[in-house]
Design a protein around this ligand. Structure first.
Ligand code: PAF
Length: 297
């Protein structure tokens, strides 16, 4: 594995891979690698000639009151994990390499940011879209792999690629979970023992909504209310949102139908956890049937 910290070095590697017509699979991360990232790398490696992984804690996507300084950094451990997944090039630049001067231009995401995480994290998705655009320009991947846990991020990156005609296939991969259903996240380490037990109810709340839809309930406001009540009953943490939207448009809906996202976010003491389920809901006589999916967003 080549560990590369400068853009010039990375460009040299990418140019020679392109001249050899190698396909490039790319996994962008902020480090603190866990099973979720490793599964993205495994898939990227399987589906491409070479795997490029990046580790960069992007300051642009953190708000002033957010955990940029506190965000877990473990480069040495991550290096070993990236190697274990057969990463060919690990790109791990410092902030000055990516942003040598204040940016003159940034991506301004104008749709899909007024809901879910975008609502409470103003500017977050502009920061994500800006760094992802830069990384796509540098790595020039054929395929880029992102976790479905960050479904809003995936939708925004897909729209970015479409709007700017970037020749990258964005692949959304299934959320990796702990045994009790908790979505694996770098921030889970910040949960207290009590919070860790309560955190599993976030996924349970999404599944309950799914079951209610299977039973035939199509009133989205009612389902959101029920999800809120369930989360309040099982966690002490403030609920940031419990929402059902159309997907990938991320628009509010009155009646459950078609492709939807059921999403929740809970603010524990030191960790804000998010999770979601994506469904395609088809009306059936006497009720609904659902088909869950994760790769066709
Ligand atoms: O999902 C993440 O870890 C980050 O938002 C990403 C895509 C690496 C951009 O910094």
């Amino acid at each position: 594995m080549n560990v590369v910290t400068t853009i010039n070095e990375l460009r040299d590697h990418i140019n020679s891979l392109k001249s050899e017509q190698k396909s490039i699979g790319f996994v962008a991360t902020m480090g603190a690698l866990h099973k979720g990232h490793l599964s993205l790398m495994e898939r990227a490696k399987q589906e491409n000639d070479v795997l490029v992984t990046s580790i960069f804690v992007n300051p642009l996507q953190f708000g002033p009151a957010e955990d940029y300084e506190m965000y877990p950094r473990s480069l040495e451990k991550d290096r070993k994990l990236a190697q274990s997944q057969k990463t060919d090039i690990l790109f791990a630049p410092v902030v000055d390499e990516m942003y040598p001067r204040p940016m003159f231009n940034e991506v301004n995401v104008i749709s899909g940011t007024d809901v879910l995480c975008g609502k409470s994290r103003p500017g977050h998705f502009n920061g994500v879209a800006t760094v992802v655009l830069k990384l796509f320009q540098l790595v020039q991947p054929n395929n880029a792999y992102f976790g479905q846990k960050d479904a809003q991020q995936v939708a925004i990156i897909k729209n970015l690629v479409k709007d700017f005609n970037i020749p990258v296939h964005v692949v959304a991969c299934e959320t990796m979970r702990e045994e009790d259903g908790l979505a694996i996240s770098s921030r889970n380490i910040y949960l207290s023992d009590k919070e860790r037990l309560q955190a599993a109810f976030l996924y349970e709340s999404l599944q309950r909504v799914m079951r209610r839809i299977e039973e035939g309930i199509t009133d989205s406001q009612l389902l959101e209310k029920e999800m809120n009540v369930f989360l309040k009953k099982h966690t002490d943490a403030p609920i940031d949102y419990a929402q059902i939207l159309s997907f990938p448009e991320l628009k509010t809906i009155d009646k459950i139908a078609g492709s939807i996202i059921i999403a929740g976010a809970v603010q524990f003491t030191k960790a804000r956890l998010i999770d979601n389920i994506l469904l395609h809901v088809n009306e059936m006589e006497g009720g609904n049937k659902y088909v869950s999916y994760y790769d066709e967003i």
